[in-house]
Design a protein around this ligand. Sequence first.
Ligand code: CDT
Length: 311
Amino acid sequence: MSRVLRVACAQSGPIQKADSRQAVVARTIELLDQAAAQKCGLVVFPELALTTFFPRWYMTEQAEVDAYFEREMPNAATRPLFERAALHRIGMSFGYAELTSDGRHFNTSILVDRGGRIVGKYRKVHLPGHAEFDPARSFQHLEKRYFEPGDLGFPVWRTMGGILGMCICNDRRWPETYRVMGLQGVELIVLGYNTPSVNSQKPDEGPEQRMFQHRLSLQAGAYQNSTWVVATAKCGVEDGHPLFGGSMIVNPDGEVVAQAKTEDDELVVADCDLDATIFGKRTVFDFARHRRVEHYGRITGQTGTILPPEE
Ligand code: CDT
């Protein structure tokens, strides 16, 4: 039986501070309808898909912060999206800011099956940026202020005919992210991201270099774990702050098979043959045959760099 899953990145153009959840959800439904028309089986929306990328703003009032968070999922604003996805029999994944009933804040994404049921939840592990205001920066990335690190690890789920996993934005730059899922046989990793087009501390690092690093991370993760990687941007200029596009689908050989052309709402579609993961998993990246865990202790035993002793 063929295991081809037609997947769409549902890239999102900018969401301004003033945009309502209802207006954003209406845009996601429009993309979902387009994906249904193209017979997609899975649609991947970005990180924090329902709001502007609010961690760029320094806020001191918790009520102002919490206004960007969802207390339940689905909720009144997102239920129409769940209902439309179930109507189309399309699976989906999207990110949102999660506020739990006991007051914890996470940068979360979910996996929803074709019946509209949430089958997987992931909470972002690698939170970039800072917790405190820095007057020296023109803008900040305050994820460490507004979220706590995810507490669910990197699980994978059997759904939609394959083994699927999730990560979020900055996670894609860390080889550990892919490898932990690779060790569970992952066949398709979905992720969303909000990446500023410029580096506030390194003005000569332009969008080209940042795009190169983005592609490099996705392609290496896919190849080294013989998995599909589907990465979806929220992009364009949000209240004066540019985010880059570059949504793409990477095959298990590490090749980009489809890529966004705009920095706006756009679908990027590819047929992902999940059986194409088998060859790499049985040969170069047959972990059981080739890994040498006796030499990998530092990977889990330390976080920062420990330099060799001075001569
Ligand atoms: N959202 C997110 O994780 N963005 C980061 C920006 C890092 S710059 C502090 C990223 O890795 O793309």
